[in-house]
Ligand binder design. Structure first.
Ligand SMILES: [Cu+2]
Length: 377
């Protein structure tokens, strides 16, 4: 989707016994016998949560490796921001596909981000001492149907999470139900200095704070829950993708509240909002990784339901993934070698042609699809 490019500029869009801790994606394909485990945030121990935050902050202070090509990148974290922005702005060069605009709104959003999350995980492990798979956020657990509440989510804890909302500011334009909008003033990222953006701006000496503008109803609405159920109930990848990013929105239909805010991708971006609602630089928000990990996990849950789904990548004519076999190239610019969609389709690389080796720990698909219990009056 175009985030809210329409209205939006404003809205703003264990290693477990890992035997080879070095960068996975650089190596030749090998069988995946010891997958890293990616856990939902609240399944990490408090110590692990703090350690993940520490590793993220380590990336924010480690020297950039791409500063020559992107002088605006001041640290390793910025490298990933520059990657997301530059490939997105460059746009997909056929047949390779990038993350945004031409790419972001098409079917490659899932494989492209799956690959980039792997690069992030590898860097956290090899450069910042993180152990294990990167955590993800399952927002369903922060909804009434999932037994939680968005604002009380442990991901926003000031000590063991990412801190909470941005300061409440009066803005002439805010989305319905927006509750913050200013700089984040709690938790470990309140002092963080962003160097790239907004909206992909790559200009030197353009320091900004991290903003958030929580809109809880986006996660907590019935529409969000029904999107998730429809996604996981989908028979084809095309139908699944329709719930990840609504074609009515991404392909020129008239955007409505329903199409903009209740697809799986938008739910995470716009409920947190602020920097997270920025089309190109939402990746500045450390929660970006947990949200994209969350969508990736839903994809994986859906894939696991039927072996035929693993390489069901030919979404529909509306979803451009290259040829049927998933041979479109995922464009990582100068940051990492391009790989095909097929190479990242199976997290466990069961056919040996892929580059990944992880699995998600989380709820079984049935848990999401379960009929709500009738409440006694
Ligand atoms: Cu996104």
């Amino acid at each position: 989707m175009r985030y809210l490019s329409v209205i939006a500029v404003v809205a703003a869009c264990g290693l477990s016994v890992e035997s080879r801790p070095e960068n996975r994606v650089q190596g030749p394909s090998e069988s995946c016998t010891n997958p890293r485990i990616r856990k939902e945030w609240r399944s990490l121990s408090i110590q692990e949560r703090k350690d993940y935050i520490r590793a993220t902050k380590c990336m924010q202070s480690a020297p950039s490796k791409f500063n020559k090509q992107f002088p605006v990148a001041q640290n390793r974290y910025d490298d990933f921001v520059a990657l997301h922005v530059s490939v997105a702005v460059a746009g997909p060069t056929t047949p390779s596909v990038g993350p945004a605009f031409g790419g972001h709104e098409e079917g490659n959003i899932l494989p492209w981000h799956r690959y980039m999350i792997q690069l992030w995980e590898d860097a956290l492990i090899s450069e910042c001492g993180w152990k294990g798979g990167v955590p993800y956020w399952n927002w369903f657990l922060d909804t009434p149907s999932g037994g939680g509440s968005f604002t009380k989510s442990p991901i926003f804890d000031p000590d063991s999470g990412f801190g909470g909302n941005g300061k409440k500011i009066n803005s002439t334009f805010s989305l319905p139900g927006a509750t913050g909008g200013g700089c984040v003033d709690s938790g470990p990222f309140q002092q963080v200095v962003l160097h790239i953006g907004p909206s992909g701006l790559m200009k030197l000496n353009n320091n900004r704070c991290l903003t958030r503008n929580f809109i809880p109803w986006i996660v907590e609405s019935d529409a969000a829950k029904s999107t998730l159920v429809k996604a996981l109930d989908s028979k084809t990848f095309g139908d699944f993708m329709e719930q990840v990013q609504r074609t009515g929105h991404a392909h020129g239909g008239i955007p409505t509240m329903e199409t903009i805010f209740s697809d799986l991708h938008s739910i995470g971006h716009y409920s947190i909002n602020g920097e997270m609602g920025d089309p190109l630089t939402s990746i500045n928000e450390p929660l970006f990784w947990l949200h994209h990990g969350g969508i990736d996990q839903f994809w994986s849950v859906w894939q696991d339901k039927d072996p035929k789904r693993l390489y069901d990548l030919d979404a529909s004519p509306k979803r451009n993934l290259g040829a049927k076999a998933g041979d479109g190239l995922l464009d990582m610019g100068i940051f990492a070698p391009n790989k095909t969609v097929h190479q990242v389709a199976d997290p466990l690389n069961r056919d040996g042609s892929g580059i990944l080796c992880f699995r998600y720990e989380g709820l079984p698909i049935e848990r999401y699809l379960e009929k709500p219990k009738v409440q006694s009056p």
